[in-house]
Design a protein around this ligand. Structure first.
Ligand code: KMH
Ligand code: ZN
Length: 307
């Protein structure tokens, strides 16, 4: 039997802006459609951010989250993984609200603070569809993504109340220590699920060498765990393939990379999922179904969400 691995589709995120690709999903209808197509291509998990449907500005609106999560649930049994990273500058309290309101099976928990810089991406574009886009990106030159120990502890308390599993986003080495501390103090139950987020300016560069060392450091500090990787931009498929080869899961999607290959925009999240599934099958790996993903990650089940 082939090994089963979880593919996550990060549908839209809060980094890319509408001017960068006509294929970036914005409205709830587009997000739902993208999730369903990604599922058909082999993704078991949809990582969900929402955007203002009129402007594309990343949003923390609970009704938008509910519409998207419920719309996905109506059409397929994917695991919905809600963001608590939100968008640049969103108050911490707003970011975590989605856990209490939707009680998802899985949600991100960013495992430390970092400079989270996107201003350099703005240099590649000259024409903007919306007024907010350029300023949003440029403001990140002076932005710290805040995830203090207090924030992490408070987020974990909310997650525990809902039995929502945290997906720990690890952007650099120090965050492994943060997580190990939270486990030691009893704030986090094992087994944990780690998402290595590589290639953000402010975090660790997305190289295979760095990934191997990160993984080794995490094993020393935490022991056994489930892990996945996502990588910004053109390193996406190299790192995802490496993760599959090293026993991990992988996340693709337009949140992390707008391209399918150099110079060719991905026309959908599903195109990226399908590419990773082709690679996976070549090396004897089969994408996990949502039920298999639930078993692998130990999730509470789709009947226990509130959407
Ligand atoms: N787009 C970054 C904020 C999250 O959503 O919480 C990485 C991320 C984290 O996916
Ligand atoms: Zn995200």
């Amino acid at each position: 039997m082939r090994e089963k691995r979880i593919i996550t589709a990060a549908l839209t995120g809060s980094i890319h802006t509408p001017s960068m690709s006509p294929y970036l999903p914005i409205t709830p209808e587009q997000l739902i459609e993208e999730a369903v197509r990604a599922h058909e291509a082999g993704a078991a998990v949809a990582h969900v951010h929402v955007r203002n449907p009129a402007t594309g500005l990343p949003s923390a609106d609970q009704e938008l989250f509910r519409t998207v999560a419920a719309g996905i649930k109506k059409r397929c049994d994917m695991v919905v993984c809600c963001t608590t990273g939100g968008r640049l500058g969103e108050p911490v309290e707003n970011r975590v609200r989605v856990v209490a309101s939707l009680s998802p099976e899985l949600a991100t928990l960013n495992a430390g603070s970092l400079n989270f810089a996107l201003f350099h991406i703005a240099e590649n574009y000259t024409e903007w569809k919306h007024d907010w886009e350029r300023n949003y990106l440029q403001a990140s030159e002076d932005f710290i993504f805040p995830n203090t120990f207090l924030t992490m502890r408070q987020f974990l308390e909310r997650f525990a109340l809902q039995d929502t599993k945290p997906e720990f986003e690890i952007y650099d080495f120090g965050m492994i220590n943060n997580l190990s501390f939270l486990i030691e103090k009893g704030h986090v139950k094992k087994p944990v699920y780690l998402q290595f987020v590589m290639g953000i300016l402010g975090g660790i560069p997305a190289t295979i060498e760095n990934f191997v060392i990160l993984l080794e450091a995490a094993r020393k500090a935490i022991g056994d765990f489930q892990f996945s990787v996502c990588a910004a931009g053109r390193t996406q498929f190299n790192l995802c393939t490496t993760s599959l080869m090293m026993g991990g899961h992988a996340r693709v999607g337009l949140e992390d990379n707008l391209f399918l290959e150099k110079g060719r925009l991905a026309k959908s999240n599903a195109e990226q999922v399908a590419k990773l599934v082709r690679i996976a099958r070549e090396i004897g790996i089969e994408p996990a179904t949502p039920s298999e993903a639930r078993r692998i990650l130990g999730l509470k089940g789709l009947d226990k969400v509130n959407f």
